[in-house]
Design a binder for this molecule. Structure first.
Ligand code: PBG
Length: 330
């Protein structure tokens, strides 16, 4: 009888042994917490499709960041929602634009305890909801780059440590890098949304940021979900243009892309566990259909196993508070 001489179950017999051989761990400092701040509101506005999240006032933004810092999350990515939108999205680079005010306020409140990442895009700021300047119904790539340069400089001047361009314009990383260097911000890093797909998983975000396009869609600039090799091309281009870190987004339907990008590059890789992914977990949990804590742990471990070193997630604060219990849950 050829009974197995190899018994993998031996390593699963006791909790201490399971912990010893555990390959992947998540720490609060691996998580990046996205927050929304909206101009000209008196009270934080709950976002219906993203339970637990709000469009924040400047005051409530600082309180939420503080609560996250208390549980060990130090990195934030900020999205601003202006009071007035126009065709160019001019609030995005205004010195007193909402995102710049929020950056300055968080920097004042937390100093070096907070890492401030500024999402750089125009869709929250334009009245048409596209990520750049329109020429007819097309987003004009090169004219948009000039605006991105202004935004990057304004965000850096307001205290952003990291600039994260998410508009998927060709050449955006090089344009931003050169503008930052020219204006004396050579020390600020770029986290490039390198492989950002045209995804239905952004649905709740567009409610949260009021950034749904008024006509058409983003398939003329964001990537086709059918393509993985193209993601490597995008990531390598961004690194060549000066990206310090690259991101894949969304995460869960694109774990293979995270792995491919991690293998193909030498820079840190981030994954964005996006609004629709958060909403699905929250909805199922609210119905009692899944155990949210365990599902969340598996999701974050899966993204890490795929090769992402850091994860942008709306669950960041909640996960970080729960992480001390995770070894027991495994
Ligand atoms: C801005 C931007 C989007 C997201 C991050 N930055 C929306 C979009 O491209 O429509 C999506 C984030 C999420 O769904 O959580 N361009």
């Amino acid at each position: 009888m050829s009974f197995p001489t190899k018994r993998p179950r031996r390593l699963r017999t006791r909790p201490a042994l399971r912990r010893l051989v555990r390959e992947t761990r998540i720490a609060p400092e691996d998580l990046i917490y996205p927050l929304f701040v909206r101009d000209a509101i008196d009270e934080p506005q709950p976002i219906a499709s993203m339970p637990g999240h709000h469009q924040h006032t400047l005051e409530s933004l600082t309180r939420e960041a503080e609560a996250a810092i208390k549980v060990g999350v130090r990195s934030f990515v900020l999205f601003g929602i202006p009071a007035h939108k126009d065709a160019q999205g001019s609030d995005a680079w205004a010195e007193d634009g909402i995102s710049q005010r929020a950056l300055r306020q968080l920097r004042d409140a937390f100093g070096a305890d907070a890492l401030l990442i500024a999402d750089l895009c125009l869709c929250e700021y334009t009245d048409h909801g596209h990520c750049g300047v329109l020429e007819g119904e097309i987003v004009a790539n090169d004219q948009t780059l000039e605006l991105y340069q202004r935004i990057a400089v304004a965000q850096a001047a307001a205290g952003a440590d990291v600039i994260a361009p998410s508009g998927m314009m060709d050449g955006q990383v090089r344009a931003i890098r050169s503008a930052l260097d020219r204006e004396g911000f050579a020390d600020r890093a770029i986290l490039a949304y390198a492989a950002k797909y045209a995804s239905a998983f952004y649905g709740p975000f567009r409610e949260a940021a009021g950034s749904a396009p008024r006509f058409g869609d983003r398939r003329g600039y964001q990537m086709d979900p059918a393509n993985a090799r193209e993601a490597i091309r995008e990531a390598l281009l961004d690194v060549e243009e000066g990206a310090d870190m690259v991101m894949v987004k969304p995460a869960l339907a694109f774990l293979d892309v995270i792995r491919a990008v991690a293998d193909a590059t030498e820079v840190p890789v981030a994954a964005y566990n996006v609004s629709g992914e958060y909403a699905m977990v929250k909805a199922a949990a609210a119905n009692g259909w899944i155990d949210e804590r365990r599902v969340l742990r598996e999701i974050l471990l899966g993204i890490r196993r795929a090769g992402a070193q850091m994860i942008l997630t709306y669950h960041a604060k909640q996960a970080a508070a729960d992480i001390p219990c995770w070894d027991e849950m495994g």
